[in-house]
Design a binder for this molecule. Structure first.
Ligand code: WTA
Length: 635
């Protein structure tokens, strides 16, 4: 029991050393003492980053829902597992106990089986943040189907790409969704996507906004009557430790999205263990992570991590500014939230509205505040600390990635002294390092470089669905025998890490990872566009916003540039989603290119940052003259 809950800094260092010096013995002890196994493993770890191959707890048998639900029934059956807080507060919240979650997941599992879904089949879940989302994720895990949750803000084209890539047999969606004062026609988006997906034979539709929608005979079924008729129990499918649990797509800097594959046992152990420590979770706490389940943070810290600990987790359907900007704080007061976990972009948006909204509510239940998804700037950190935590609730700036499954670099609250903008120390079992551009490890402190990890942790993604070669190329070739994160970082004088941002062509806008290539592909679909390049530039609230440089085709006709701008953003919205819209579009006659024809984004980035005094060496450019004209016309 001793290593499960860390309470002092000395203990952190001691447990950390053990986890690094004897990783197998360390994780074996955690796994053995805190989870339910149908059969124990034959071997704790097999790994080889050159292949790459990683297996944890090989030979073990389990079901993650038995760990997240069934084993709590005796001691916590009547405890609330999920608090559903709807978009509109007047609708009232729902408390779903562990007992009731068990029944709902079992009924749903029976429906999935009845509709022909079996172990290993892929099921796409495209739902708003309603109880059916949590229940369908867990029902897939119950029967051993692989869930692929697609964030319900993605467009029909983006949804179709993801459905086809994973070859999903089924889509679970709703008639629509609420987003603040608006409603969104989710089923319409699914219908449009499915025009291009032959693999899907069944669509289950939850009722949420009660609008009239089109139901395609034979394919589409209302969910509720099926659940009502289904049996209330379902024995969990017994899974191998390394059976895939889910696929979750993340944007790459090039090409189509990458379907990161997470497997069962290692993911469970690591998300549960990080949840317990990073949030210092104790039995009576109410935990609230405001992310969407469509992202890794939601998978790991709304569902699996909290439920594996028998916790109470809030599932919030709405947005921070509806009915007004006090919504988050009203929820904290109403449910006496103990740990609140959100993104810097939300903090900045709320800080801008002033403190009147925060002062209206009693926030004294808060013990820990968390942030994740992008670097947090110092001003936002202090605003959060002063106005939400009242300088009493430590802030955990947690760094991790979809590929990592769980939190990797983070303070442990009440244990690690925090420092604004620093994610501080590696979590137990994590061995980060900084690398220089020649591939050498940078040792010592007060240094910066590319952030890598030297040794596998239990919840590292095992592959990219259907493309192991890309997995290897993206993460394991830049630096030999290391996992490369794509992030830059610095290490200060005491060994604290600060993540400085992406070093590749992924731009994080309001916490959403966006690859530049798919956006450029969308822009280039406009009939008037010859070529384009997209870079990020700093934005007060979104962190980064997108700046597009666009060359129009020379057709001799004059064009209404404002119209073209609008149309470009419309295409982006259709292909990817509104989150990828460009804030600025500059028309130009040329783009700076190297002699091998590559666009020099470094220069475009500097121009977008309004930092043109030192552009560095541009003599290697094929067309240096274009740079001055771009600067002159910069927006
Ligand atoms: C960035 C989100 C700074 C980082 C869980 C990473 C952060 C990418 C932090 C992964 C943080 C995440 N400080 N940057 N605390 N957390 N990032 O896959 O660039 O959506 O590579 O996973 O977000 O984003 P993803």
């Amino acid at each position: 029991m001793s290593n499960y809950h860390i309470k002092h800094l000395e203990e952190y260092y001691q447990v950390y050393r053990k986890s690094v010096n004897h990783p197998e013995a360390f994780w074996e002890e955690i796994a053995e003492e805190h989870f339910l196994w149908r059969k124990k493993w034959d071997k704790v770890l097999t790994w080889d980053f050159s292949k790459p191959e990683v297996q944890w707890f090989e030979g073990a048998k389990l079901n993650i829902t038995e760990n997240c639900i069934d084993r709590h029934l005796l001691t916590r059956g009547d405890k609330t597992a999920l608090i559903f807080e709807p978009n509109n507060p007047s609708e009232g919240s729902q408390h779903i106990t562990y007992k009731s979650l068990h029944e709902r997941v079992c009924r749903f599992a029976n429906v999935l089986k009845e509709k022909g879904i079996n172990k290993g089949d892929r099921v796409c879940i495209y739902l708003p943040m309603i109880p059916e989302l949590a229940v369908s994720v867990l029902a897939c895990a119950r029967i051993g189907a692989i869930h692929s949750v697609v964030f319900a803000g993605f467009s029909a084209t983006a949804l179709a790409t993801r459905i086809n890539d994973a070859d999903c047999k089924m889509v679970i969606t709703s008639d629509g969704s609420y987003r603040g004062a608006k409603t969104i026609d989710l089923k319409g988006i699914v219908d449009e996507a499915l025009e291009n997906c032959d693999c899907v034979t069944t669509v289950l539709v939850a009722k949420r906004i009660h609008t009239d929608i089109n139901m395609k005979g034979g394919r589409d079924h209302w969910l509720q009557p099926l659940l009502d008729d289904a049996y209330h129990d379902f024995p969990p499918e017994i899974m191998d430790a390394e059976d895939p649990l889910f696929i979750l797509y993340t944007s790459g800097s090039t090409g189509k999205p990458k379907g990161m594959v997470h497997t069962t046992a290692g993911y469970m152990v690591y998300t549960a263990y990080t949840f317990k420590n990073v949030f210092q979770y104790t039995e009576k706490d109410v935990f609230w992570c405001s992310a969407d389940v469509g992202w890794i943070t939601g998978h790991s810290y709304i569902l699996y991590g909290p439920l594996a600990n028998g916790a109470t987790s809030v599932l919030f359907e709405g947005v921070p500014n509806y009915p007004d900007f006090s919504r988050f704080w009203e929820i904290v007061e109403k449910h006496k939230v103990s740990q609140f976990y959100t993104a810097p972009t939300a903090i900045r948006a709320l800080a801008k509205e002033g403190v009147a909204y925060t002062q209206k509510h009693d926030l004294s239940s808060l013990k820990v505040l968390g942030t994740v998804g992008e670097p947090i700037n110092e001003e936002a950190w202090h605003w959060y600390d002063d106005n939400i935590g009242k300088n009493q609730a430590p802030i955990v700036d947690t760094w991790f990635q979809t590929e990592n499954g769980g939190i990797m670099i983070t303070p442990i609250p009440y244990v690690t002294p925090t420092k604004p903008t620093y994610a501080t120390l590696p979590f137990i079992g994590i061995q980060p390092c900084l690398m220089d551009e020649e591939g050498k490890e940078i040792v010592g402190n007060q240094v910066s470089g590319r952030l890598c990890v030297k040794f596998p942790w239990p919840s590292i993604a095992r592959t990219i669905w259907g493309d192991h070669k890309r997995y290897k190329e993206t993460y394991f070739t830049a630096f030999e025998n290391k996992y490369f994160t794509g992030d830059g970082a610095l290490r200060d004088e005491v060994g604290y890490y600060r993540i400085t941002g992406r070093v590749d062509d992924v731009i994080i806008v309001s916490g959403h990872n966006l690859g530049t290539a798919p956006i450029e592909d969308a822009i280039n679909e406009h009939p008037a566009v010859a070529e384009s390049a997209v870079v990020g530039f700093p934005h007060d609230i979104k962190g980064n916003a997108l700046y597009g440089y666009v060359i129009l085709k020379d057709t001799g006709e004059s064009r209404d540039q404002e119209n073209v701008r609008k149309e470009i953003n419309q295409i982006i919205t259709e292909q990817i989603g509104p989150i990828a819209k460009l804030d600025k579009i500059q028309f130009t006659n040329g783009l700076p290119k190297t002699r091998s024809g590559k666009i020099m984004r470094r220069i475009l980035r500097k121009i977008a940052h309004k930092d043109t005094n030192n552009l560095g060496d541009i003599s290697t450019l094929l067309n240096p003259e274009v740079v001055q004209s771009i600067i002159k016309n910069a927006l």
